[in-house]
Design a protein around this ligand. Structure first.
Ligand code: SF4
Length: 357
């Protein structure tokens, strides 16, 4: 009888221990440290087959081989920006394509990962929204994006931050997100600090409410983008279900570790969200919260419906916030020449538009 093999990277260490316990056989050592060892081989030594796991006995390796497989993902295309950021197209087993972005900084690097193929949230300024939701990524597809980038960039040593700001709404794929976070932060797994992982949501309130009480305390970012319900609903349909008042209340109740803040992302769109009046209202709206604001000038393309703000207006907006002692970095230009905004590459590729690299 042929056994259906499981993708081992969809298992947390706890899941794997439980599997060993349930499938106890004389030739398998079911001691908990077996799962610890396997995790180290997979995530720290990054081996891609069980026969390379040298301190695991032959009998156990055979059992692993019969019941599991180790999968990896392949980069199908990459687009390098003049500013050093690289957008990778990654091919999934079912031929869907997701995108992962590598963002270099002076002393460290950040990887921006996707959590879904497409997205159901329908944000009006986002190219991924045009795909609709195709499917959720499983935990292995989430974490394998990091392996794929590392393989492509063996010299990019210091990958310090992981941000869930690629394709998809991570809280719409909550269970798989939490499993991926468990593997990423596991001391026998990737061993990333939870303080260096940020999950960005469009504002799915029920999940914001539970996320703060999970045992893994990753950072929360909220995509805000409008300071009135009318503007936010126009840009983000999720605001119809969870309006600004409810969203801000949930953020005020979100438990923060010391010296941590919620990050609000705010897209500056010419004539819609970039006035000084908007900046004033933004301060009023967030009053009382511990926060910072990432200002993201909208990256307009020939087919987009909105316009980028002028650089002067973006700077004036930022200055107004800085003058009011608000932390408000202006995220200008990372990857603009490679369609750096969320989801743009995948959709444009679906339309078979060719890019200059
Ligand atoms: S901005 Fe994010 S949440 Fe909104 S549609 Fe795009 S991927 Fe989804």
């Amino acid at each position: 009888m042929v056994t259906k093999r499981n993708n081992i990277k969809n298992f947390t260490r706890q899941n794997l221990r439980e599997w060993f316990k349930k499938n106890e056989k004389p030739q398998i050592s079911t001691k908990p440290f077996r799962a610890d060892q396997i995790f180290k081989w997979l995530y720290q030594k990054r081996v891609e087959s069980f026969d390379k796991m040298l301190n695991i006995g032959q009998g156990t390796r055979e059992i692993l081989e019969n019941h599991f497989y180790v999968c990896s993902l392949k980069v199908s295309n990459k687009f390098k920006s003049r500013d050093g950021s690289i957008k990778f197209q990654i091919l999934l087993d079912d031929s869907n394509i997701i995108e992962t972005v590598f963002l270099p900084h002076k002393n460290h690097n950040t990887i921006c990962v996707s959590s879904q193929v497409g997205c159901a949230m329908g944000c009006d300024f986002c190219m991924t929204a045009k795909m609709g939701l195709i499917r959720n990524l499983n935990p292995s597809e989430i974490i394998n994006q990091i392996f794929a980038v590392r393989k492509e960039l063996p010299n990019a040593k210091n990958i310090r931050n992981i941000v869930f700001m690629g394709m998809g709404e991570p809280f719409h794929n909550y269970k798989n997100l939490m499993q991926a976070l468990e593997i990423l932060t596991d001391e026998h797994g990737f061993n990333f600090s939870h303080r260096r992982i940020t999950v960005s949501t469009s504002g799915l309130l029920p999940k914001i409410k539970i996320f703060g009480f999970e045992k893994i305390k990753a950072n929360l970012a909220v995509s805000l983008n409008g300071v009135t319900n009318a503007v936010r609903t126009k840009l983000m349909p999720v605001n119809k279900s969870y309006n600004l008042e409810k969203l801000i209340k949930a953020c005020s109740e979100f438990p923060l570790e010391s010296r941590k803040r919620i990050t609000f992302e705010y897209v500056l769109i010419r004539g819609l969200t970039d006035s000084i009046e908007d900046a004033k209202n933004l301060i009023k709206l967030l009053h009382g919260l511990k926060f910072k604001i990432n200002l993201i000038p909208y990256n307009s393309t020939p087919s987009s419906k909105y316009d980028s703000p002028s650089p002067e207006q973006a700077r004036m907006f930022q200055k107004y916030l800085l003058d009011h002692k608000i932390i408000a970095p202006l995220r200008i230009s990372k990857g603009q020449d490679i369609q750096g905004a969320c989801g743009q590459l995948a959709v444009e590729n679906m339309r078979r538009i060719e890019y200059l690299i």
